[in-house]
Design a protein around this ligand. Structure first.
Ligand SMILES: *Cc1c(COP(=O)(O)O)cnc(C)c1O
Length: 465
């Protein structure tokens, strides 16, 4: 039986009209887009679940902040407000704004990673993996085994496999591991949380081998909500206390602020200990000035810094987080009723439908996650994305198609944007596709691809036999 929808702890003050299209129009548009959902025009999408990144609805306080934003080139008051807010939340000394998450990676990673080295993560997000490789190193995923079985319901499926982590360090030599990255929540594994205990264990291993520990912090607030809900030892802590403690185990963080801080653009770098890391901070500042802009704006307008400072706090509100995670739980329960498999229990920022289970007849190299993504668009104008072999791409050394651990279609949910009726439409569309899934015999082939991060730009064609 479906659970109740958690009501919104806000009301709507401004609306944006969305276009309704016919199935015929959508079939023609997706063909013209070479079956790549990133090539569609946003206006041709009814419910846009391509990503929860930068697609959030800001509050009236944030919009008021936009008007107050200080546009001084150097030393803007909005910069100081942002830095002081972040210092208070994370307990870190040095805070550097940048224009988005991948900019944080670009500015920070070259100080830790070089050719011949490795970075190990509970799972790398796609751009994070790309920046490890651009720095010349190789990225290794080390998530717990249970994450790889979408039907296995257990807590903290985003965790690092600590036994395997230590084996990998010994196998490659501690001196060749430039960085360990803890992604919270674990985006690629389905928005699955990382426990406090796991963060502590990983931190101890990193200390033992002298390897720096970075938190990829895009969804740190959703992660804290899961820790409070599901980790016995943390149930009486506030969200803020959980975040403080979690970040105390790492040395630095890189953050896409387009997720849990509920803005449309922004990113942060944090360094815990300023005195121990004077050289590193100097390098960060130099890279930031070259790539992003002067250190007190980091590629953002003053109004963005102001909205970000406000969003950092709004994202920690417990009734907001309950509603937010409640949306995922609601959709997941509708799928449970219909017998549709997804990464379970449901994670923080979306529902990751198990496309391999829906299309067992389609092999990984014909991209089942992409098949379901295209079907969702044709069925109901819903735009999702593949998180599977299509996204993973080719081995950078051999050029061979990699075989992903999962073939998901991710329905990522923008924050404070869609209502219960939209969620019912998502479930109905998935149920309709499930009914005719066996009729779809083949997937897609790639007719053109760029050398890196191919899924954003590649052209595909249906395989017909
Ligand atoms: C979105 C994201 C990034 C990259 O951030 P952008 O703001 O998109 O550049 C990095 N890591 C994780 C886990 C993310 O979700």
């Amino acid at each position: 039986m479906a659970i109740k929808y958690t009501p919104e702890p806000f009301r709507i003050k401004m609306v944006e009209t969305i276009k309704m299209t016919t199935r015929e129009e959508r079939e023609q548009k997706i063909a013209a887009a070479h079956y790549n959902l990133f090539n569609l025009r946003g206006e041709d999408v009814y419910i846009d679940l391509l990503t929860d990144s930068g697609t959030n609805a800001m509050s009236q306080e944030q919009w008021a902040g936009v008007m107050r934003g200080d546009e001084a080139y150097a030393g803007a008051s909005s910069y100081f407000k942002l830095v002081e807010t972040a210092q208070e939340i994370f307990g870190y000394d040095y805070i550097q704004p940048v224009h988005q998450g991948r900019a944080a990676e670009k500015v920070l990673f070259p100080s830790f990673l070089h050719k011949g080295q490795f970075a190990i993560s509970n799972m790398f997000f796609d751009t994070t993996r790309a920046h490890v490789e651009l720095a010349g190193a190789r990225a290794i995923d080390c998530v717990v085994e249970e994450a790889k079985d979408p039907s296995k319901r257990c807590k903290f499926k985003g965790n690092m496999d600590v036994v395997k982590l230590e084996q990998l360090i010994q196998e490659h030599g501690a001196e060749n591991i430039g960085l360990v990255v803890m992604t919270i929540t674990n985006n690629s594994a389905g928005g699955q949380p990382v426990s406090m205990q796991n963060m502590k264990d990983v931190s101890e291993i990193c200390k033992k081998y002298g390897i720096p520990l970075d938190i990829d912090a895009a969804r740190y607030a959703e992660n804290a909500y899961f820790v409070k809900r599901d980790e016995e030892t943390c149930k009486d802590m506030s969200i803020m206390e959980i975040i403080h403690k979690m970040f105390s185990y790492a040395d630095m963080f890189t953050m896409s602020a387009k997720k849990d801080t509920i803005v449309n653009m922004g990113g942060l770098i944090g360094i815990k200990d300023q005195t121990k890391n004077a050289d590193l901070i100097m390098k960060i500042k130099a890279n930031c000035i070259s790539f992003e802009g002067f250190i007190t704006y980091g590629g953002l307008a003053g109004r963005d810094l102001e909205a970000l400072a406000i969003g950092l706090r709004e994202g920690l509100d417990e009734s907001y987080l309950k509603y937010r995670i409640g949306q995922m739980e609601y959709l997941a329960s509708l799928l449970d009723d219909a017998g549709i498999a997804y990464q379970s229990p449901v994670g923080g920022h979306g529902v990751f439908v198990d496309a391999k289970a829906m299309f067992p007849q389609i092999p990984y190299y014909e991209f089942p996650g992409q098949v379901l993504g295209v079907e969702l668009y044709k069925e109901a104008g819903i735009r999702a994305c593949d998180i599977g072999s299509y996204m993973l791409g080719n081995d950078p050394d051999t050029g061979k198609q990699l075989h992903a651990d999962f073939e998901f279609t991710r329905l990522a949910v923008p924050r404070r944007v869609y209502t219960q009726a939209h969620f019912d439409i998502m479930a109905d569309a998935l149920i309709a596709i499930q009914k005719r899934a066996h009729e779809i015999k083949h997937g897609y082939k790639i007719t053109w691809e760029p050398p890196i991060l191919r899924h954003f730009q590649a052209s595909l064609a249906p395989i017909e036999k």
